[in-house]
Design a protein around this ligand. Structure first.
Ligand code: C2E
Ligand code: MG
Ligand code: MG
Length: 533
């Protein structure tokens, strides 16, 4: 039996429109639409049916009142077939029935017995008119997998169980609805609920193991919430903001629980817009690569780092600092990364062949790509199709990428090493900075973050550079300093034992041809090794 407060009942009737009847437990119609030929407000339900069907109508009514639901198949007084669904409810301690003509889409979800999205919206409207409230949206992650693997019948069992858990979690006066296949919405009063702790506890209880026969399943539930006080007080705005929070939660923010705040709205709006634009950018080919020279201690170019650029149709540029995080959060980076890898290998292979060089190309790889099962395959394909020798491909990953799943990373790095590609640790010094791990991961190179180079010739940074280079040498790992902007920094780094350099002093990100020009002309710039500047 569905339990409603009186306002959702009104909502239910309204949502059913002219197709619904409201019947009290005596079989009297307390709501019927005026123009209906047989059902009249205040009349009896049986009057709408052929007299010979009266006993079966009465039996059906009794069945619905006792079991919660019944199908009524009879004839109207003119002999036309009548198919109705009777659904029992309880409001303010009274039992009643709602009868809906079959074929009309019922607003109550038959699987869980919960109201649907439409009713939730109406209830939200009602509550907003009365005061403040909170909307929490719940979404099961990877639920489709359960359906795919175990079948829909098992999926249904788990959905019902989740609905039950949600019902148990409802504070007094809450309104719970199933708003989509694997999505639920809960409305509750804002007063007296510590939303953040409630969400934490709710998530813990919802995610407890479910079992069905020999199947065990741990549901992963993402939650997004919006308090009406922090939002525009319109039902649509509250739902949109809660949906935004849910979307962010699904992307793994704050352990999959996010409460909407208006301060972040602008920022996230821009991010969502960027994400949409990025999809188009990929399709329209607005992304391209530039290359920043990598030089040896003597200033000779030995390769280049490929860096992604995005020029919009209106000519404006969006920096990687802005679009890469958006691409990473949306998962688009996997596709973008595959493209960059392939494009970089092809460009460098063609360049090397045209100018008889053996430069390496260094490509940035995000954590999302690193954990992509297709990643290794993408590397192999890029190498095969471009004919770039594997030792001329370097992948740049950060410490956090390695450390998020060290065991899997270790495995993958070993396989990459077998392929013959090099792996460099990018932005070293900004994360865990564990030299012990460097050895374990068999890295080819370590790129010291720009922040240390920036501090040169400060005594502390000189000392840090020296010790990092010395230790790396012991471990047989090449060192590269990032962000070299002055001749003085170059001299100090060379002195301190750094083998590779990169920075605006040697060249900004540009085309490979421009780097080639620079390399041809830079003889005069080369210092005597060992010179102090
Ligand atoms: P990163 O991999 O550490 O790249 C070096 C960044 O430092 C580049 O910024 C480069 O332009 C900048 N840089 C180099 N030398 C100097 C210098 O002397 N002074 C200063 N102030 N900056 C210097 P960019 O191109 O804006 O890229 C930023 C970050 O975006 C990169 O940092 C990398 O993490 C990411 N990124 C760029 N392209 C890709 C890509 O294709 N894939 C992935 N996954 N990430 C990328
Ligand atoms: Mg890099
Ligand atoms: Mg870097």
């Amino acid at each position: 039996m569905v339990s409603f407060s009186s306002s959702p009942l009104q909502a239910l009737l309204t949502a059913c429109g002219p197709h619904a009847l409201h019947i009290n437990d005596q079989g009297v119609l307390t709501h019927a639409w005026a123009e209906h030929p047989w059902f009249k407000q205040g009349g009896l339900l049986t009057e709408g049916f052929a007299p010979e069907d009266a006993p079966s109508v009465a039996a059906c009514l009794a069945q619905a009142l006792s079991t919660g639901v019944a199908q009524l198949n009879a004839r109207h007084p003119d002999g036309s077939p009548a198919h109705w669904l009777l659904q029992a409810y309880e409001a303010a301690g009274r039992k009643g029935l709602v009868a809906v003509q079959k074929g009309y889409q019922h607003p109550v979800d038959p699987l869980t017995g919960l109201p649907g999205r439409e009713l939730l919206m109406q209830e939200l409207d009602t509550r907003l008119a009365q005061g403040a409230c909170v909307l929490v949206l719940f979404n099961l992650r990877d639920f489709q997998q359960v359906n795919d693997v175990y079948g829909y019948a098992v999926g249904d069992v788990f959905l019902r169980e989740l609905a039950q858990r949600l019902k148990n979690l409802c504070p007094q006066g809450a309104f719970l609805a199933r708003t989509g296949g694997d999505e639920f919405g809960l409305l509750m009063d804002q007063a007296g609920v510590d939303l953040v702790s409630w969400m934490r506890i709710a998530q813990m209880q919802l995610q407890a193991m479910m079992t069905y026969e020999s199947i065990q399943w741990y549901p992963a539930v993402a939650m997004g919430a919006c308090e009406s006080t922090t939002s525009e007080r319109k039902a649509v705005a509250v739902v949109t903001n809660a949906t935004c929070a849910l979307k962010r939660a699904r992307r793994g923010e704050v352990e999959q629980r996010v409460v909407y705040t208006p301060e972040k709205k602008e920022h996230h709006k821009r991010q969502l817009e960027l994400e949409a634009k990025l999809h188009q950018a990929l399709a329209l080919g607005e992304l391209y690569l530039v290359y920043q020279p990598l030089v040896k201690a003597d200033g000779c170019v030995y390769g280049a780092e490929a860096l992604m650029r995005w020029q919009c149709a209106d000519g404006s540029h969006i920096s990687p600092g802005e679009f890469i995080p958006v691409a990473e959060r949306s998962g688009l980076i996997r596709m973008m990364g595959r493209w960059a890898l392939k494009a970089a290998c092809h460009s460098m292979a063609a360049f090397n062949q045209a100018f008889q060089r053996q430069w390496l190309v260094s490509v940035n790889v995000s954590a999302e790509q690193f954990s992509d099962p297709q990643f290794e395959n993408a590397i192999q394909q890029a190498l095969v199709s471009s004919k770039l020798p594997p030792e001329l491909l370097q992948l740049e990953i950060t410490e956090s990428t390695l450390m998020s799943e060290p065991t899997a990373a270790l495995e993958l790095l070993r396989r990459l090493k077998k392929l013959g590609v090099r792996v460099a640790l990018d932005d070293f010094g900004t994360g865990y900075s564990s030299l012990a791990y460097l050895k374990l991961f068999e890295l080819a190179a370590l790129k010291l973050d720009r922040s240390f180079v920036k501090g040169l010739p400060g005594a502390e940074d000189v000392a840090i550079c020296r010790s990092v280079f010395a230790m790396a040498r012991e471990l047989d790992i090449e060192t590269v300093a990032e962000g070299v902007e002055t001749e003085q920094q170059w001299a100090i780094l060379r002195e301190a034992g750094c083998e590779g350099l990169q920075g605006f002093y040697f060249g900004k990100p540009q085309t490979l041809l421009e780097i080639h020009e620079y390399d041809k002309n830079n003889e005069r710039k080369k210092p005597e090794i060992g010179t102090n500047v």
